[in-house]
Design a protein around this ligand. Structure first.
Ligand SMILES: Cc1ncc(COP(=O)(O)O)c(C=O)c1O
Length: 486
């Protein structure tokens, strides 16, 4: 924070005699700053010598002002420092500013589902989370070296291609074709601020108010909020053990067109199930025939533990209906905001152009950093290392649950993903359990959070990637202690 600076010019010179004496002007200015909140309770005032020098007055003048302020209770001095008194009541000016609403209409269309950003987790709380990476294991030295190099390339500090930094687009296209079966070139890739940024760009530019967009229920509320902000009318479709059910979509198409389907076919969010091959083919066929855009969110592709990852819908898309959304949030860190989309080239070009009208281009230096890590295979190596670690954590969570919560929860260990989806015994009030758990020092997400209408569901989604094996065991013991009586 910048140090406090004296707010006004003192009135000196020939007519100064008609004004307040200098020491009073000084005291007055300081009082005013306390009232306005520029100076807060406990803030130190400058030393008298230094303030006198700044103002070009005698030190005794400043001392006289400080004495007056102290006598009135505005300040207190201790250990040769004068501070704003710590017990001052909140001044009306500051209170008014804090409580004042905007002087315009604050009506956010379609924001009903939006939720506030995450708050900081108190240190004592073990947070299962929805499948965050362990931020303690981010290879920060590698990132710092590559970022430093990127910052030294002057071209990256200027305006650039609104589709994203070219080398990253090339590296991602290569990754997508080598690892995920998408035959794409850099021209078909657009780098965004997280995959949320990609979804937002698609939603704002492709959807018109009232367009029907199908989503999974239970599903990913952050995506719903983005789609709704563009005025889309969401159509929740049920999910079962084989992923999104396609039949209800067919039924909905009889009532009118559906513009897009947003889904997470690889590791369905939140249930972790993988969409069956039959449903994939049926969905692709339906989309091609009805000209529906498929928004495929493949957010944690790398974390597949049994066998090879299932190839994305986008890898078998001759009709060009799939817009593939990807992210580095799970391999690296969500705070870096590195995401991307891949799709038909005319779409990427059009969205690149539209993007100039919003955030522009994103951070090309960070994007170059990611490009270098991909080109050198360092990111892929890091992902392999994390996969081993998360696999062990998945095992640790599953055994802790079997040991401490036997009978209260049932689950299948999914072949991939960073979370387990638990069925909770119907006798247990799962939301009450979550409240009690928080008091025991563990935070969990219950099924209600992922239900389209916010109805209670007898489920828990426990992310295992951000806690180590000991923490997972401790967290499950706390959960067991918090179990409400049945
Ligand atoms: C379903 C789903 N999609 C996407 C993301 C990643 O979002 P982003 O790339 O914006 O960080 C997440 C992260 O939690 C997610 O759970």
């Amino acid at each position: 924070m910048r140090p406090w600076t004296f707010p006004v010019a003192l009135q000196t010179g020939p007519e100064a005699g008609t004004r307040h004496p200098l020491f009073q002007q000084i005291a007055q200015a300081i009082r005013g700053d306390v009232r306005r909140g520029r100076l807060r309770p406990g803030d130190a005032l400058p030393g008298s010598r230094s303030l006198a020098q700044t103002l070009g007055v005698h030190r005794n003048t400043v001392l006289a002002a400080y004495r007056e302020l102290e006598a009135e209770g505005w300040t207190a001095s201790a250990q040769r420092t004068t501070r704003v008194a710590s017990d001052l009541p909140e001044t009306p000016a500051r209170k008014a500013r804090r409580e004042q609403g905007p002087g315009f209409d604050l009506e956010l269309p379609g924001s009903a589902l939006a939720r506030p950003g995450l708050r900081e987790t108190p240190p004592h709380l073990l947070l299962f989370g929805g499948g965050l990476p362990d931020l303690r294991l981010v290879p920060t030295d590698l990132l710092a070296r590559a970022y430093r190099r990127a910052l030294q390339a002057p071209s990256l500090l200027g305006y650039g291609d609104t589709r994203g930094e070219p080398r990253l687009r090339t590296a991602l296209a290569r990754l997508l074709s080598e690892m995920r079966g998408l035959a794409v070139t850099a021209e078909q890739v657009l780098v965004t601020s997280g995959s949320q940024g990609a979804l937002d760009l698609v939603a704002r530019n492709l959807l018109k108010p009232g367009d029907r967009v199908a989503v999974e229920d239970p599903g990913y509320p952050a995506a719903w909020a983005t789609l709704q902000a563009s005025g889309a009318a969401l159509l929740p479709l049920p999910v079962d053990g084989a992923g999104l059910q396609v039949e209800p979509l067919e039924a909905a198409l009889e009532e009118g067109p559906v513009r897009a389907v947003y889904l997470t076919p690889h590791h369905q969010f939140p249930t972790t199930v993988t969409m069956s091959a039959a449903r994939r083919l049926r969905l692709l066929d339906l989309a091609r025939r009805h000209r529906i855009a498929i928004l495929e969110d493949d957010y944690d592709n790398e974390f597949h533990f049994e066998g090879r990852p299932v190839l994305p819908l986008a890898s078998e898309d001759p009709g060009g209906v799939v817009i593939y959304l990807g992210t580095l949030s799970k391999i690296l860190a969500p705070g870096l905001r590195l995401g991307f989309m891949a799709g038909p080239q005319p779409l990427i070009e059009a969205l690149g152009a539209r993007r100039a009208a919003s955030e522009g281009q994103g951070d090309h230096a960070i994007q170059r950093m990611a490009a270098e890590l991909l080109e050198e295979g360092l990111l892929q190596r890091h992902a392999r290392k994390m996969r081993r670690i998360y696999l062990a954590r998945r095992g640790a969570l599953a055994s802790a649950l079997s040991e401490h919560l036997h009978g209260a929860v049932r689950f299948e260990v999914p072949p991939g993903g960073m979370s387990l989806w638990l069925q909770v015994d119907l006798q247990i009030d799962v939301d009450r359990w979550a409240q009690r758990a928080e008091k025991e020092g563990v935070a969990i997400y219950t099924g209600r959070r992922f239900d389209f209408l916010g109805r209670p569901r007898p489920n828990l989604r426990l992310g295992f990637s951000s806690l180590n094996e000991q923490e997972l065991d401790r967290a499950v013991r706390r959960l067991a202690r918090a179990l409400p009586g049945r």
